[in-house]
Design a binder for this molecule. Structure first.
Ligand code: NAD
Length: 423
C-alpha cells in the first residue's frame, strides 16, 4: 500500500500527531485553504476554575476544560477525563478525534472533550461528587441535549454521569437525561453500552480479516488491556473461534500458545479486583513482548502511544485493530505500513462506543427503551458500513486505512460546512 509520510514534526504532542494525519488526508482531498482553516480550529476552548471544599475543610481550586472542536455535523459529543496529566493540548486533540470519529460512523454529532486535572483515585466519593457538580454548573450554558453532550472517559463512569445529569437537570427545572450518555441503566443508560466498544472492535477485526482472507479458526490474537474495551473484545473474538494467545493488563502480560481460556480469565479478574495478577494457566511475559508476539492479530486496548518507532519494526501481526485511542504514534505509521500490516485505526475501530452512546441519546429523546438485540444489530450494521466506506476510500486513494478514515471524515464535515456556510 502506498503511503504519504506525514510532515516531520519538531516535537510530537497529541494535537500535532492528530494534525499530521489530518494534513495528509486534507491534501489528498484537495481541501481548499479556507475550509482547512475552519476544520482544524476548535470552535470553543473553555477553561474553568472549580473551588471545591475537600473533606479536610480546605478549599482546593481545580482546573477544568471543555473544548468543542466542531458543531458542523450537529451537537458536540465527547467524554470527560479525570486525570493528573490532563492538559489543554490533549483535550484539543481528543476533541478533534471525536469530530472525525463521529463523522466516520456517520453520526449527527460534532466533537468535544472535557477534563479536570485531579487524581480521582485519591479522592473520596463526596469530593468527586462536589467536583463533578461544580464542573457541571460552571459549564451549564455549554452543555445541553441539543448543544454539547458529555460522556465518560478515563477516570469517570456512570456515577459521575448521573451527578452531571442531576446537577444539569436541577438548573433546568426538569429531568434532562439526554444531556449526557454513559448513564447507569436505571437513569436511562442503554443496554449494550458496556460491551459496545469491544463489540465494534470485534466487528472491525472480522471486516479486516475477510479482506485479508484470514480464517477465524486459524487466527491467533494478542489483546493489550483487560478493562472495558480489552476484556469485551477478547471475549467476543474468543467466542467466534479466534485463538487469543496473549492478554495483558497493568500487572503484566499472560501467554498461552494453545490459546487462553478467556471465560476463566474474566471470572478470575472479577474476583481479583479486576486484575489478572497471579492468573494460572498462562506463562507471564512482559507487556513489551505482547506487542511483538507471534500472533496474526494485535488489539491494543489499554492506552495511547504503545506502538512507537522503537517497537513497530518488530511487530509480527498482520493486522492491528486499535481499541484504544491513539495507541500508535504517528512516527510508527510509516514503519507499520512498509511492513504491509493492515491497521484498522482508532477513529473507526473503537467507534462502537460512541455509536451506542448515540443510541442512548436517541432512546432518551424518544422516551423509550430498545432491546439488547436491537442495539447490537444496529451498531453492528453501522460499524460494518463504516468499515466498508473507509476501506473503499483507502483503496481509491491508495493509502492506509488510517488515512482512509480521515479522508471519509474530513470529506463529510467539509461537504456539510459548504452547504451550511459561514459568515
Ligand atoms: P479501562 O480503564 O477499563 O481498562 C484499561 C486496561 O488497560 C486495564 O486492564 C489496565 O490494567 C490496562 N493497562 C493500563 N496500563 C497498561 C499498560 N501499560 N500495559 C498493559 N495494560 C495496561 O479502560 P477502557 O475503557 O477499556 O479504555 C481503554 C482504551 O480504549 C483507552 O485508550 C480509551 O480511551 C479507549 N476507548 C474506550 C472506550 C470505552 O467505551 N470504554 C471507547 C473508545 C475508546
Amino acid at each position: 500500500m502506498a503511503y504519504m509520510e506525514p510532515a516531520p514534526l519538531k516535537k510530537e504532542n497529541p494535537f500535532e500527531s492528530m494534525m499530521s494525519r489530518f494534513n495528509v488526508a486534507a491534501d489528498l482531498l484537495g481541501l481548499d485553504e479556507d475550509t482547512y482553516n475552519v476544520l482544524k480550529t476548535p470552535t470553543r476552548q473553555i477553561i474553568v476554575a472549580l473551588p471545591v471544599t475537600m473533606d479536610n475543610g480546605r478549599i482546593h481550586v481545580f482546573e477544568g476544560y471543555r473544548v468543542i472542536h466542531s458543531t458542523i455535523l450537529g451537537p458536540s459529543k465527547g467524554g470527560i477525563r479525570y486525570d493528573l496529566d490532563v492538559n489543554i493540548d490533549e483535550v484539543k486533540a481528543l476533541a478533534a478525534w471525536m469530530t472525525w470519529k463521529c463523522a466516520v460512523v456517520d453520526l449527527p454529532y460534532g466533537g468535544a472533550k472535557g477534563g479536570i486535572i485531579c487524581d480521582p483515585k485519591t479522592m473520596s466519593r463526596g469530593e468527586l461528587e462536589r467536583l463533578t457538580r461544580a464542573y457541571t454548573l460552571s459549564l451549564n450554558d455549554v452543555f445541553g441535549q441539543d448543544k454539547d453532550i458529555p460522556a465518560p472517559d478515563m477516570g469517570t463512569g456512570p456515577q459521575e454521569m448521573a451527578w452531571l445529569m442531576d446537577e444539569y437537570s436541577k438548573s433546568q427545572g426538569m429531568t434532562v437525561n439526554a444531556v449526557v450518555t454513559g448513564k447507569p441503566l436505571v437513569l436511562g443508560g442503554s443496554l449494550g453500552r458496556v460491551e459496545a466498544t469491544g463489540r465494534g472492535v470485534m466487528i472491525s477485526a472480522f471486516g479486516a480479516m475477510e479482506k485479508l482472507k484470514m480464517i477465524p479458526s486459524k487466527t491467533s490474537a494478542a489483546v493489550q488491556g483487560f478493562g472495558n474495551v480489552g476484556s469485551n473484545a477478547a471475549r467476543l473474538l474468543y467466542e467466534r473461534g479466534i485463538h487469543v494467545k496473549a492478554i495483558s493488563d497493568i500487572s503484566g502480560a499472560y501467554w498461552n500458545d494453545k490459546g487462553l481460556d478467556i471465560p476463566a480469565m474474566l471470572e478470575y479478574a472479577a474476583k481479583n479486583n479486576r486484575s489478572l495478577e497471579g492468573f494460572p494457566g498462562a506463562e507471564k511475559i512482559s507487556n513489551e513482548e505482547l506487542i511483538t508476539a507471534k500472533v496474526d492479530l494485535l488489539v491494543p486496548a489499554a492506552k495511547e502511544d504503545v506502538i512507537t518507532s522503537e517497537n513497530a519494526g518488530k511487530i509480527q501481526a498482520r493486522l492491528i485493530v486499535e481499541g484504544a485511542n491513539g495507541p500508535t504514534s504517528s512516527k510508527a505509521d510509516a514503519i507499520i505500513n512498509d511492513k504491509g500490516i493492515m491497521v484498522v485505526p482508532d477513529i473507526l475501530a473503537n467507534a462502537g462506543g460512541v455509536t451506542v452512546s448515540y443510541f442512548e441519546w436517541v432512546q432518551n429523546r424518544l422516551g423509550y427503551k430498545w432491546t439488547l438485540d436491537r442495539v447490537n444489530r444496529r451498531s453492528d450494521r453501522i460499524m460494518k458500513e463504516a468499515f466498508d466506506r473507509v476501506f473503499a476510500a483507502a483503496t481509491q486513494h491508495k493509502v492506509a486505512m488510517r488515512i482512509g478514515a480521515y479522508v471519509v471524515a474530513i470529506d463529510k464535515v467539509a461537504q456539510t460546512y459548504k452547504f451550511r456556510g459561514g459568515f
